[in-house]
Design a protein around this ligand. Structure first.
Ligand SMILES: Nc1ncnc2c1ncn2[C@@H]1O[C@H](COP(=O)(O)OP(=O)(O)OP(=O)(O)O)[C@@H](O)[C@H]1O
Length: 645
C-alpha cells in the first residue's frame, strides 16, 4: 500500500480535516454548514475570478506545479481562492496542451467550489469531466488521496484513460477500477494519488475492508487488527470524493442497499418455491391481488383463498404468515417483474436491470427468495442463496468523507435535500456559451402504440433529412419494440441497452452520424457524449425524441442534454402516452385524456406534466429521508456488533 499522507505529517488543507491513517468522519456536517460554505464561496468568488483574469495571457507554465514549493503551498495554505486561481490556471494550460482546449472560467470555478465542499450544477455538455480533473489534480498535488466516482464502469474507464497523461505530466499516479478488476488491480489503483471508480465498486471495497478489519477508526485496536492480518486495507481512507452525476448517486440510488453477501446453502426447498409459483400463476390481477406501484397487495378474495392454499404446503412452510409472505413474492415474480424490463437472462442466470440507468447489474440480487423464484419462472437452475456480511447505503458512505464535491447537470431539484443530508450547498454555474437547443414541446397520445408510431414517423423524417436521432425509452422491452417498428420501415436503428455492456462505446461512437437513429434506455441519459459528424452539425445537430412516460424531471433533462452540447445546435421533443407512466399515475384519468392531441407547445400540458413529475420527486425525497433516519437508528443499534457501516 502506498504511504498515507499521515506518514509524512498531515497536509494542512483548509477547510478540512487532519488526515488520519484511515480517516472517517463520524457524523455528516450539519445542514447549516451548507449556508456557511455558500457564503464563503460568494465572498471569495470575485477575487478568484479577478485572479484568473489577471493570469490569462501571462507567462505561467504548468511545469511550475512539479516544483515542490507549489505542493508545499497547497499543503500549507489549503484551497484558498488566490492560490487556487494560480494552480487552476496552470492546470488549464496542461489541459490545453493535452486535450487541445483551455478550460473556461465556469469549469475553473466548479473545480474550486468542489474543493470548498460544494456541489456544482453545470449544464449538460459543459465539460464536467475536465472540471473534475482540475479539482482532483489540485487535491492530489496537496497530498490528498482522491476518489473520482462515476455511475458506471464505462465512464470510469473512459475518463481515467483520457486523463492519465495529464496526471502523469504532473508527476501524479492515477488508476481506475471496473467491476471486473481483480484484487491486485484494485489495491494498485487505490494506492494511486487519484483513482477513478464506479461508486458501487468503491462502496463494496470499503465494505470488504470493514468486514476484514472492523470499524476503521484508526484506534490502536484497529491498527493491531491490521497488523495481525498481514495485509493492508484496500482504501487509504475516505478523504475526498468527487462524484460525477452526483444527484444520481446520492438521490436516485440512495434507497438501494449495498449488500456484501457470501454464498450460503439454499434454505428454501425447490418444491416449495415451485408450488408457490404455481399458486401465484393461477391468480388473476384485480380479482385475488392488485399491483400497486412497486408492491403487490391481496384483495379480500385473495385473503379468503389463502388458508386452503397454505394447507397444500409441507410444514413449516404452511404457517399462515410465512405462506402469505412467500405467495406475495411469488406473485411479484409471476406478475409484476417482467423479463427485459426489470431483469434479463444472461448466461443462464437472472440479472437485475437497474431501473435508473437501464444497465444490467449482475452484482445485485433480489432478496428473500425472489431471485430464486424468478430463476424457476424462467426455467433456470436454482441460484445459491446469499448470506449478508455487511451492508451500507450511499448516503451513509458519502457522509463519512471528509470532503465531498460533485457535479451534475441536474441538481437544483434536489438542492435542499442534499443540503439537509450532507451540509453541502449547490452552486449553479452559468453556461459558457448560450444554448442553441430548440425545444419542440410535448405531445400526448392516447396509448403507447400511437406514440411509438408517431415517434417512428418523426425519426424517419429527421433521418432522411440527414440529422442524427436519439430515441429515449423507459425499458429494454420498449427499446426493442420501437426498434422492431423502425426495422419494419426498412430502417437500421442502433439499440443501446442493458444487454450490451461492453458494446456501449461502439454504439455511442456511431450515434452522431448522418441519418443514424439510436434507440436507448436511460443508459444514454447520463455522461454519454455523442460526437457529431460535421454533416449532422450543419443540418441542425442531434435530435432527441424523449418517449419518457416514467422519466422524472432530472432524467428528462439529462436525456435532452445529449444534444446541443458545447454550443452545438440540437433539438428535442417529448412524446408521452397518457395511458402509462407519470401522467397515468398522478393525474385523474379525465384530466390526462384532455391532453391528448393538444399542440406541442401547450402550456397546460407542460404544467400538468411538470406537476406530475414534481409529485413523484417529492415522494422520492420523503422516502430518502425516512430511509436515512432508519439507517442512522440501525447503525446506532448495530455499532457494537460490527456488520453495519
Ligand atoms: N473548455 C472546453 N472547450 C471546448 N470543449 C470542451 C471544453 N471542456 C470540455 N469540452 C468538450 O465538451 C464535451 C463534453 O464534455 P463532458 O462529457 O465532460 O461534458 P459533461 O458536462 O460531463 O456532460 P454530461 O452532463 O452530459 O455528462 C467533450 O467532448 C469535451 O472534450
Amino acid at each position: 500500500m502506498r504511504a498515507s499522507p499521515a506518514d509524512g505529517g498531515p497536509p494542512r488543507v483548509r477547510p478540512g480535516p487532519v488526515w488520519g491513517p484511515y480517516p472517517l468522519r463520524s457524523e455528516p456536517p450539519p445542514p447549516w454548514q451548507a449556508l456557511r460554505t455558500r457564503l464563503r464561496l460568494q465572498r471569495a468568488r470575485p477575487l478568484f475570478l479577478r485572479r484568473l483574469q489577471a493570469l490569462a495571457g501571462g507567462t505561467a507554465a504548468f511545469e511550475d506545479l512539479a516544483a515542490p514549493q507549489w505542493r508545499a503551498r497547497l499543503r500549507g495554505e489549503g484551497f484558498e481562492a488566490a492560490l487556487m486561481a494560480e494552480v487552476l490556471h496552470r492546470l488549464g494550460l496542461l489541459v490545453q496542451r493535452e486535450l487541445g482546449f483551455m478550460p473556461h472560467p465556469p469549469q475553473m470555478l466548479a473545480a474550486w467550489a468542489m474543493l470548498q465542499g460544494s456541489l456544482v450544477e453545470m449544464a449538460t455538455g459543459e465539460g464536467k469531466t475536465v472540471a473534475t480533473f482540475l479539482a482532483a489534480a489540485s487535491a492530489a498535488l496537496a497530498g490528498v488521496p482522491v476518489h473520482v466516482l462515476t455511475a458506471n464502469d464505462y465512464l470510469a474507464e473512459r475518463d481515467a484513460r483520457r486523463l492519465a497523461p495529464l496526471y502523469q505530466a504532473l508527476g501524479l499516479s492515477s488508476g481506475w477500477i471496473a467491476s471486473g478488476t481483480d484484487e491486485a488491480g484494485r489495491r494498485a489503483a487505490y494506492a494511486c494519488d487519484v483513482v477513478h471508480a464506479p461508486a458501487r465498486e468503491l462502496a463494496f471495497d470499503h465494505l470488504r475492508d470493514r468486514v476484514d478489519f472492523g470499524r476503521p477508526d484508526g484506534s490502536l485496536a484497529w491498527q493491531a487488527r491490521v497488523q495481525r492480518s498481514g495485509t493492508a486495507p484496500r482504501l487509504r481512507g475516505l478523504c475526498l470524493a468527487l462524484i460525477d452525476e452526483v444527484d444520481s448517486v446520492l438521490c436516485d440510488e440512495a434507497r438501494v442497499p449495498l449488500v456484501l453477501a457470501a454464498a450460503a446453502p439454499q434454505d428454501l426447498p425447490e418444491p416449495v418455491l415451485r408450488q408457490l409459483l404455481a399458486q401465484a400463476g393461477g391468480w388473476r390481477q384485480g380479482i385475488e391481488f392488485v399491483v400497486d406501484g412497486a408492491a403487490v397487495r391481496l384483495t379480500p378474495a385473495g385473503r379468503h383463498a389463502l388458508p386452503a392454499l397454505a394447507a397444500c404446503l409441507p410444514r413449516p412452510w404452511s404457517d399462515s404468515r410465512w405462506h402469505e409472505d412467500g405467495l406475495l413474492r411469488a406473485l411479484t415474480a409471476q406478475h409484476r417483474l417482467q423479463r427485459d424490463r426489470d431483469y434479463v437472462v444472461q448466461d443462464g442466470a437472472v440479472v437485475l436491470v437497474d431501473a435508473l440507468t437501464g444497465r444490467a447489474a449482475p452484482e445485485r440480487r433480489w432478496s428473500r427468495g425472489l431471485h430464486a423464484l424468478l430463476a424457476l419462472k424462467e426455467g433456470l437452475a436454482l441460484p445459491d442463496a446469499q448470506q449478508t456480511l455487511a451492508q451500507l447505503t450511499y448516503r451513509r458512505l458519502f457522509s463519512r468523507y471528509h470532503l465531498l464535491g460533485g457535479l451534475s447537470g441536474t441538481l437544483s431539484e434536489v438542492g435542499l435535500d442534499l443540503a439537509l443530508a450532507f451540509g453541502t450547498p449547490v452552486l449553479r454555474l452559468p453556461r459558457h456559451r448560450p444554448s442553441r437547443l430548440q425545444l419542440g414541446g410535448i405531445r400526448v397520445f392516447a396509448d403507447a402504440s400511437e406514440r411509438w408510431q408517431a415517434a417512428c414517423e418523426r425519426a424517419q423524417a429527421l433521418a432522411q433529412d440527414g440529422r442524427a436521432v436519439l430515441i429515449g425509452t423507459g425499458s429494454v422491452a420498449e427499446s426493442e419494440r420501437i426498434a422492431a417498428l423502425l426495422r419494419e420501415r426498412g430502417l437500421r436503428p442502433l439499440v443501446l441497452h442493458a444487454l450490451q455492456g461492453a458494446l456501449e462505446h461502439e454504439v455511442i461512437a456511431r450515434a452522431g452520424r448522418p441519418g443514424r437513429i439510436t434507440v436507448a434506455t436511460q443508459i444514454a441519459g447520463r455522461g454519454t457524449d455523442i460526437a457529431l459528424d460535421p454533416a449532422v452539425h450543419r443540418r441542425g445537430g442531434l435530435h432527441v425524441l424523449a418517449c419518457a412516460d416514467d422519466f422524472g424531471r432530472r432524467a428528462w433533462r439529462q436525456l435532452v442534454g445529449r444534444c446541443a452540447r458545447q454550443g452545438d445546435p440540437g433539438s428535442a421533443e417529448t412524446l408521452l402516452s397518457c395511458a402509462e407512466g407519470v401522467l397515468f399515475r398522478r393525474l385523474p384519468r379525465w384530466l390526462a385524456i384532455t391532453l391528448v392531441g393538444r399542440p406541442a407547445g401547450s402550456r397546460l400540458t407542460e404544467r400538468l406534466w411538470r406537476l406530475a413529475q414534481w409529485l413523484d420527486e417529492l415522494d422520492g425525497i420523503r422516502a430518502r429521508h425516512a430511509l436515512q433516519r432508519q439507517d442512522r437508528r440501525q447503525a446506532e443499534r448495530m455499532a457494537w456488533s460490527g456488520p453495519e457501516e
